[in-house]
Design a protein around this ligand. Sequence first.
Ligand code: NAD
Ligand code: DAU
Length: 327
Amino acid sequence: MKLLVCGGAGFIGSNFARLRAGEGDEVVVLDKLTYAGRRENLADVEHEFVHAGIEDPAAVAAAMDGADAVVNFAAETHVDRSITEPDAFIRTHAQGTFVLLEAARQRGLRFLQVSTDEVYGSIPEGSFTERSPLAPSSPYSATKAGADLLVASYLHTYGLETLICRGSNNYGPYQYPEKLVPLMILNALHGDPLPVYGDGMQVRNWLYVEDFGRGIGHVLEHGAPGEAYNVGGPDECPNIEVVRRIIELTGAGEELIEHVTDRPGHDRRYSLGSEKVRALGWQPQVRFADGLERTVQWYRDNVAWWEPIRSGAYREYYTRQYGRALG
Ligand code: NAD
Ligand code: DAU
């Protein structure tokens, strides 16, 4: 199969491209290379690369020619950035998704949109199913929910074969260190403070990135057009517990934990019921304890990957976000 992987130079997209190229697919990656997209993420992946935004109709049309299916990972993905600078979220998720859908419609291509559990909002107990109402809380999740609705409309209106995969919190190799797990790992390894938002009792449903990639591939091949599939991780864990486990795995000290001002509108808990995708034959293979250990080891072993990030423009982002410089 020839796959157009949009946003394939980012964290999940590059892991997905690696998986699929390894299984014999022909992979074309289209990526704008924002701060989060890096060619280095694909260094060991056989692929063709197109440097463009998904909102660029000419580049998208050229990249889609000859493809059998489109998988869209391209997005702005950090909730904190969506609170301070929402503009790019609206452009990429609304206009960009629209441009992709139009090009896929003209060619009759199967189209899989990669989405998130955040479109359902927060849930105090129990788990969301695919029939739960969309109730997003942040500019990030609201624009992702908008994209989901637009995708669904292309099935209803034009009969395009659309699929949606809503993943829970991913972690693993190649994740940009603005997100909780890699940020805490790198800070712990450097002896920098570990900034925990509020009381740290917010709960996330952790999914190893390769499990999500396999889930997306499974839905692409076996999913029913027009359907959304939740792809949740096997374990839930409060943030403070995640940080404590990272302290243990890195040998850092508990005194590095610093409770800082909470994120505005912070969702307290995410939890996905994934029975529908499990019924298709997918299940997660990596438990959080094991995946976190592997992830810490990957960051220890790949200094050359994160050193240019941590010594570059990321430092300015960090100072703006946390009101203090990295050590
Ligand atoms: P990421 O930030 O690591 O990567 C995003 C990629 O998209 C980057 O390569 C970036 O350059 C590219 N991109 C951004 N805007 C673009 C545009 N306009 N045109 C083309 N490329 C563009 O993100 P990620 O964590 O890998 O997330 C990938 C997808 O999975 C997103 O759609 C996200 O909403 C979804 N998702 C993420 C998680 C998670 O925990 N990280 C969980 C569930 C779903
Ligand atoms: O749930 C899926 C979503 O997971 C994806 O759709 C998003 O793209 C992805 O960024 C992620 O969103 P979160 O907001 O859950 O992830 P983040 O890593 O930013 O934060 C995880 C939790 O940790 C959250 O409760 C906020 C908290 N946190 C985060 C950072 C960066 C802290 O306490 N301190 C921090 O410094």
